[in-house]
Design a protein around this ligand. Structure first.
Ligand SMILES: Cc1ncc(COP(=O)(O)O)c(C=O)c1O
Length: 407
C-alpha cells in the first residue's frame, strides 16, 4: 500500500502540489513562532484577534470548572449542556433569526445541513468558487448539481430556468458565500434574493468570512443588506472572526427542528466541548458590545490601509499577476461591496507561489501559498489576510517586502 501512495505523493511533489504541516509553538496572534522564529502572521482568519483573548479564555476555563472537558455524548443523548443552548440563543438574537443550531465545525454544518435540505430528486445550483465544505455537502446530498461561474447572475438564471423546466415540482437550492474565502470578494446578495424568489428556490448563504467583519456588530452580509428573512439558511463558523471553533446554522424554528432530526453530522457526533462553546458565547457578547464594534472598526482601518498600500504595488510593472492584483484592489476601492479582510495576490504558477511564500517567510512574514485543489490549477496565490491585531507598520512592512520580491 505504501508504494502506491509514495508514487502519488511523488507525483504531487513534481507538480508543486504537495502539502506539509508546520508546527506552531505559540498561541494565535499577529506574531507566531515556527521553529523558534517569530513570524508576522498574515494568513490567519482570526480577524478580530479573539483567538487568544482573555475574556474568551476565562469563559472557557469557567466552563471547564463547571462542565468538565468532554460533552460525553451527542446532543440528542446526554451531551446537550446549558452552554450549547445559551450559545444558540445568543447566535439567533445576534443574527436576527428565530433560532440557531451549532455543529462541531463549519465543515460539519455544511455536510449535515445540505443533505437534510435536498436529496437526489432535487437540484442544487452552486457558485463555482464555493468552499469545499459546501461542495462536499452538495455532492453528499445526491441532488442534481449545477455550477454557475463565480457571481455570474445570468448563468445562474439559466440554470434556474432549466431546473424549473426539467424539475418543476422539486426543491431547488442556491448555495453561495457572502465573502469568498480565497478571493475576498462578495456575492451580489440582493440580486440573488431576487432570483431565488422569482424561481421559488431556497437560498443558503455561508457567512464564514463576513461574520464579525461586515455589518453592524459583525452580523454579516444578510444583515447589512437587510435580507435576513429572505435568506433561508444562514451558515457561519465560530472559528474565524469569533476566534473559537464550531459551525452554526441560523434560520426559522422549523428549519432548526428539521436539522435536529435530519442533519447527520449533528445527530451522530459528540456535542462540542463546553469550554469552546462558552468561549464562543463570550465572543458573541463581545461583538455586540461597544468595544466589539470598536474592534471591528479598527479591523476596517487596517483593511483600508492594506488596500491603499496594495494599490500602490506594481505601479509601472507589467507582470500579469501584478496587474491582476491592482485590478482586485481597484475594484475593492470603487465598490465598497467588494471589500473584506482577504487580499488575494494571484501568482498563477504553483512553484512561483511557493517560492514567493518562502521568500516572505525568510524575511519574517507568514503568508503560505494557496494552490490547487483549494483554488483552480494555475491560479496559485498568496492569500493575505488582515486582522485588527496587526500594527500599521507590520502591514507597511509586508507590502514593502512583497513589492521588493515582485520587482
Ligand atoms: C467559506 C468557508 N465555509 C466553511 C468553512 C469551514 O469552517 P470550519 O473551519 O469551522 O470547519 C470555511 C473554513 O475553512 C470557509 O472558509
Amino acid at each position: 500500500m505504501d508504494d502506491l501512495f509514495a508514487q502519488e505523493l511523488e507525483a504531487l511533489r513534481a507538480r508543486s502540489l504537495d502539502r506539509h504541516l508546520r508546527e506552531i509553538t505559540t498561541a494565535q496572534g499577529p506574531q507566531i513562532e515556527i521553529g523558534g522564529r517569530r513570524l508576522i502572521n498574515f494568513s490567519s482568519n482570526d480577524y478580530l484577534g479573539l483567538a487568544n483573548d482573555p475574556r474568551l479564555r476565562e469563559a472557557a476555563t469557567a466552563a471547564i470548572d463547571e462542565f468538565g472537558v468532554g460533552a460525553g455524548a451527542s446532543r440528542l443523548i446526554t451531551g446537550n449542556l446549558s452552554p450549547h443552548l445559551r450559545l444558540e440563543r445568543a447566535l439567533a438574537k445576534w443574527k436576527g433569526t428565530e433560532a440557531a443550531l451549532c455543529f462541531s465545525s463549519g465543515y460539519a454544518a455544511a455536510l449535515g445541513t445540505i443533505p437534510a435540505l435536498v436529496d437526489k430528486n432535487d437540484v442544487i445550483v452552486l457558485d463555482k468558487l464555493c468552499h469545499a465544505s459546501l461542495i462536499d455537502g452538495a455532492k453528499l446530498s445526491g441532488a442534481v448539481l449545477r455550477v454557475f461561474p463565480h457571481n455570474h447572475l445570468a448563468k445562474l438564471e439559466r440554470h434556474l430556468e432549466w431546473a424549473r423546466d426539467k424539475h418543476p415540482d422539486k426543491r431547488v437550492l442556491i448555495i453561495t458565500e457572502s465573502v469568498f474565502s480565497m478571493d475576498g470578494d462578495r456575492a451580489p446578495l440582493r440580486e440573488l434574493v431576487e432570483l431565488k424568489e422569482r424561481f421559488g428556490a431556497l437560498l443558503m448563504l455561508d457567512e464564514a468570512h463576513a461574520t464579525g467583519v461586515i455589518g453592524p456588530n459583525g452580523r454579516g452580509l444578510a444583515a447589512v443588506e437587510n435580507l435576513t428573512e429572505e435568506v433561508d439558511v444562514q451558515m457561519g463558523t465560530l472559528s474565524k472572526a469569533l476566534g473559537t471553533s464550531g459551525g452554526y446554522i441560523c434560520g426559522s424554528h422549523t428549519l432548526i427542528e428539521w436539522l435536529i432530526n435530519r442533519a447527520r453530522s449533528f445527530i451522530y457526533s459528540t456535542a462540542p466541548p463546553a469550554a469552546v462553546v462558552a468561549a464562543a458565547i463570550a465572543a458573541v457578547d463581545f461583538l455586540e458590545s461597544p468595544e466589539g464594534e470598536e474592534r471591528r472598526l479598527l479591523l476596517w482601518e487596517r483593511i483600508n490601509l492594506m488596500r491603499e498600500l496594495i494599490l500602490k504595488l506594481g505601479v509601472g510593472r507589467s507582470a500579469l499577476d501584478v496587474r491582476r492584483l491592482k485590478l482586485e484592489a481597484r475594484r475593492s476601492t470603487s465598490d465598497p461591496k467588494g471589500q473584506s479582510a482577504i487580499f488575494p495576490l494571484i501568482v498563477g504558477d504553483e512553484t512561483a507561489a511557493l517560492n514567493l511564500a518562502a521568500a516572505l517567510q525568510s524575511e519574517g512574514f507568514l503568508v503560505p501559498a494557496i494552490r490547487y485543489p483549494t483554488v483552480a490549477k494555475g491560479a496559485a496565490r498568496l492569500r493575505i489576510t488582515v486582522t485588527a491585531a496587526h500594527k500599521e507598520d507590520q502591514i507597511g512592512a509586508v507590502c514593502q517586502t512583497i513589492e521588493r520580491h515582485l520587482l
